[in-house]
Design a binder for this molecule. Structure first.
Ligand code: DGL
Length: 258
C-alpha cells in the first residue's frame, strides 16, 4: 500500500474541522492528523508576527508527525503565513483557505455579498486584493466578527447568547438587502444553521471547505501522493489545549451535521 502517510490539517482551534470533514468526504481513504491550537486562539485578533510564528510552529509539528501534505484550514493563518510557508517548503503539497467570494459572485450577477471573517483576515492585503478582483461584479461588504469564534471553541452552536450576538452583528448589514453571506472563517460553518435562522433561507451561504478539499486532492494527485488504499482512513486529533473535553468537542464537531 502506498502513500498512507497522513494529510496534516491545521487551524487556530476547532474551526478547521469544518474543512477536515470535507476532506474526509472527498478523500475517505486518506489518514489525517488535525492540529488545533486552541490554547493560543483566537488568532484573528493577534498581531501578524504572532500569527506567523504560531502557524509556522504548528505546521512544523505536523511535518514532524509525518504529514505528507498540509492544509492550512484557517483563513487568518492563510492570509498571514501561506506565502512564507510556500517559500519554506517549495516541494510540499500545501493548500490554504480563503473566503469563497468567487462562488458567491458566480451564483448571482451584481449581488450584494457580506463576508464574515476575523478582524485580521479582512484587514490584510490578501483579502483586499481578493475583494478588488470582484469589485466590478458585486458589492462586497466585509463584516469582521470579533468574539464569534470563541462561541464555537466552547462548543456553543445554539445558545441564546450566541443568537443575540449574531442577531446584533447581522443587523448592521441586513437592512441592505443582502443576497449572500460568505463564511470567511472556518469556525463559522458550525453556526450556519443559526445564521440561516436569522437572515432567512433566501440568503445563500457559502464557505470554502469543499473547494479547499478538492484542491488538496488535485495537488496530491499531481504529486502522485494520493493513497491507493481502499479502506477507510483514520483521523487523529492533537490540540494544544490537551484536555478530554477538547477531544470530545473535536469528535463531536467532525460528526456534527451543522
Ligand atoms: N478559524 C480561523 C479562520 O478561519 C480563525 C479563528 C481565530 O483564530 O480567530 O480564520
Amino acid at each position: 500500500m502506498n502513500n498512507r502517510e497522513p494529510i496534516g490539517v491545521f487551524d487556530s482551534g476547532v474551526g478547521g474541522i469544518s474543512v477536515l470533514r470535507e476532506l474526509v468526504k472527498v478523500m475517505p481513504c486518506e489518514n489525517y492528523i488535525y492540529m488545533g491550537d486552541s490554547r493560543h486562539a483566537p488568532y484573528g485578533t493577534k498581531s501578524l508576527e504572532e500569527v506567523r510564528t504560531l502557524t509556522i510552529g504548528n505546521v512544523e509539528k505536523l511535518l514532524e508527525r509525518g504529514a505528507k501534505s498540509i492544509v492550512v484550514a484557517c483563513n487568518t493563518a492563510t492570509s498571514a503565513a501561506v506565502a512564507i510557508l510556500r517559500e519554506k517548503y517549495p516541494e510540499l503539497p500545501l493548500v490554504g483557505i480563503e473566503p469563497a467570494i468567487k462562488p458567491a459572485v458566480l451564483a448571482k450577477q451584481q449581488s450584494r455579498i457580506v463576508v464574515m471573517a476575523t478582524p485580521m483576515t479582512v484587514r490584510l492585503e490578501k483579502f483586499q486584493k481578493l475583494m478588488a478582483q470582484y469589485e466590478d461584479q458585486a458589492e462586497i461588504i466585509p463584516l469582521p466578527c470579533p468574539g464569534l469564534m470563541e462561541f464555537i471553541e466552547q462548543g456553543d452552536l445554539c445558545s441564546e447568547e450566541l443568537r443575540r450576538y449574531l442577531t446584533e452583528l447581522l443587523w448592521t448589514v441586513h437592512d441592505r438587502q443582502i443576497d449572500s453571506i460568505v463564511l470567511g472563517c472556518t469556525h463559522y460553518p458550525f453556526v450556519r444553521p443559526m445564521i440561516t435562522e436569522i437572515v432567512g433561507t433566501e440568503v445563500a451561504i457559502f464557505d470554502g471547505g469543499n473547494g479547499t478539499a478538492r484542491e488538496m486532492k488535485r495537488r496530491l494527485a499531481l504529486a502522485q501522493k494520493l493513497t491507493d488504499a481502499a479502506d477507510k482512513g483514520k483521523v487523529c486529533f492533537y490540540n494544544s489545549r490537551d484536555t478530554e473535553e477538547e477531544r470530545k468537542l473535536c469528535e463531536f464537531l467532525l460528526h456534527s451535521g451543522a
